[in-house]
Design a protein around this ligand. Structure first.
Ligand code: TYD
Ligand code: MG
Length: 457
């Protein structure tokens, strides 16, 4: 007789164990491991095997239906979503508490509901009472827009109500408050979140509306709940920003209908979120020229060039091992740049504390920032400022060589537009590209980090 086959799977990360245990070794979560039947006698009794149907295989070319996208009138959001909202798609929006997710989505729903052909827009809050949402709408001066508002947490009720509607967009704030009574666990638990999301996504696909799910984030910054939630949706957006700063960045980390690494920039004001069309000007607004340890990095975020100020402070350490503190950049990457400066340029940084800050609260992931970081560190160390009208970009290799980076032209153009007069960049960047047109700027091409050190002598 066939044996019943079971396994123990973590509902958070999907890791599989032969025995039950309290803590998942893979993701570190407690009480997420659940027994699941995967085959054998018990399994085949529940789902009697029926013979499979043959599926039809087709070629790669054929008639595809063109995607019609709904433009929300909020350009920053449309861009991050790949040029507008795709009907039937599901967008998960994650972010820290209080960052402005509810504000953003209320503004989105109001903006869509006020479009000329009046698409039906439903905002369902599981976290706030009707009055609270109304107060916010009043503050945002959106109280006259024809948004359908409800405060509900029962997914069955929501589905029954939306079944008859002609919804174009539905917003669920948040998926962690939703509840399905077949599932015997509390709202926010892995099983509930997964089951509720599954039901709502099925409805969105069937009815063809765009579904926004707000997701809470864990302390580590990932969307709380099962990892599968991110697999189930079409687009994952993170809404981020520093507490003390007023601007917010909407970043796509997964998008089946557009490019990832695209960002939208907003500023949180008294009347809600305002789109920022020229982020570089905002990020550089508080810059003071002619101070040591500061330089302007010409970066690319998604399809857009963005200029940001990188600040470094190097000072003698009073600890046994020197301190390295980084805000907005990868600390491993900083260690690498410092190691290259020590090994290839003979700089002594082991007795220095080093603090690095991306001004304004932006998080940079591009390796092209290496050169700017190195420049800021050297400038702070030597206490000599870099000319205030200079931008810098380039990747540093372990042997100290400066490597070419993509989209040099776009970076230079943005710098030129903002009045920068010169640029320090990798050599040979434009050698292969015959069609480039460097704006009217002084270009200093650098092949090696040693040249960077000489710059200050
Ligand atoms: P909220 O949208 O409630 O955040 P989340 O849903 O991500 O938890 O945002 C609340 C914060 O935004 C709150 O601290 C106040 C601030 N805020 C403004 O500064 N201006 C505004 O117009 C609104 C509505 C909120
Ligand atoms: Mg909220």
């Amino acid at each position: 007789m066939a044996k019943k086959v079971t396994e123990f799977a973590c509902q958070n990360c999907g890791a599989v164990y032969p025995k039950w245990q309290g803590k998942c070794d893979a993701c570190g979560e407690w009480n997420t491991i659940v027994e699941e039947h995967i085959g054998g006698e018990g399994f085949s009794n529940i789902a009697p095997r029926k013979k499979g149907k043959e599926i039809e295989f087709v070629g790669l070319t054929g008639e595809e239906t063109a995607l019609t996208r709904l433009h929300t009138n909020i350009k920053e959001l449309d861009r991050v979503c790949g040029g507008g909202l795709v009907p039937g798609s599901v967008i998960l929006v994650g972010g820290d508490p209080g960052i402005g997710k509810s504000t953003l989505l209320l503004q989105v729903s109001a903006s869509i509901a006020s479009l000329p052909d009046k698409p039906e827009c439903y905002y369902i809050s599981g976290e706030e009472a009707i009055d609270q949402v109304r107060i916010r709408a009043k503050r945002l001066k959106l109280e006259q827009t024809p948004v359908h508002l409800a405060s509900a947490t029962e997914v069955k009720d929501i589905i029954a109500s939306l079944e008859k509607s002609k919804a174009a967009v539905v917003i669920i704030d948040s998926i962690q408050t939703m509840y399905l009574d077949e599932v015997e666990s509390t709202p926010g638990s892995v099983a509930q979140v997964r089951a509720c999301a599954y039901e709502l996504i099925k409805l969105a696909k069937r009815k063809g509306f765009t579904l926004f799910l707000v997701g809470h984030v864990t302390k580590q910054g990932a969307i709380a709940g099962p990892r599968v939630l991110e697999h189930m949706v079409d687009t994952v957006l993170y809404f981020e920003g520093e507490r003390g700063h007023h601007f917010r960045i909407l970043r796509a980390v997964k998008n089946r209908y557009g490019a990832t690494d695209e960002i939208g920039v907003f500023e949180m004001q008294d009347q809600g979120l305002v789109e920022v069309e020229n982020p570089s000007a905002l990020f550089l607004a508080e810059r003071q020229g002619n101070v040591s340890g500061s330089c302007v990095f010409a970066g690319i975020e998604g399809s857009r060039p963005v200029l940001v100020e990188i600040q470094a402070l190097v000072c003698p350490t009073s600890y046994a091992s020197p301190k390295r503190a980084v805000v907005g950049w990868d600390s491993n990457r900083l260690s690498m740049v410092l190691a290259v400066l020590e090994a290839r340029c003979g700089m002594n940084l082991s007795s220095q504390d080093i603090y690095l800050n991306i001004a304004g609260g932006l998080k940079i992931t591009e390796p092209a920032a290496d050169l700017a970081v190195a420049m800021a560190v050297i400038s702070s160390m030597t206490n000599k400022p870099l000319p205030a009208d200079t931008v810098i970009f380039g990747e540093i290799g372990l042997s100290g060589e400066i490597r070419a980076v993509s989209q040099g032209n776009a970076r230079l153009k943005e710098a030129h537009k903002l009045g920068f007069k010169s640029a320090i960049m990798p050599a040979n960047l434009f050698k292969k590209d015959k069609n480039h047109s460097i704006p009217d700027m002084s270009i200093y091409e650098i092949g090696n980090v040693q040249r960077l050190v000489n710059w200050f002598n």
